[in-house]
Design a protein around this ligand. Sequence first.
Ligand code: DQA
Length: 141
Amino acid sequence: MKLLIINGPNLNLLGTREPETYGSKTFEDYFTELQFKFQNTELSYYQNNSEGEIINKLHQANNEFDGVVLNAAAYTHTSIAIGDAIKGIEVPVVEVHISNTHAREEFRHKSFIAAGAKGVILGFGLQSYDLAIQSFLNSEK
Ligand code: DQA
């Protein structure tokens, strides 16, 4: 199975960005752990801070991957365009968040991604990505 993880804006700063909320591990280090854990899964990772580039990657993923794990970060709460992109492609998308967005500010409670997503996993720290991968692998069985 080929899965793509897409991280949105500011997630390139994981490790140093608000560590009390997002932890102190870089995503690159965590991605290496994921590759080690899921050796039979072809995992790819893409990060971009721009809304349009995330949309382009989603369109491209449609033909290349079996599933997408998407943390659209702040665009989750603002981007009708990313929400529409997910509805417009066939490849299933699981929305993830590191933090429990519902336990945070009101503006983080709204997601424009969720309605088009296969499911949503949030609040488990970086483990949210691991759980999303497992959700794809389990649905294969
Ligand atoms: C986040 C939650 C968003 O509200 C925030 O803007 C982020 C990260 C998370 O993974 O917890 O950048 O998506």
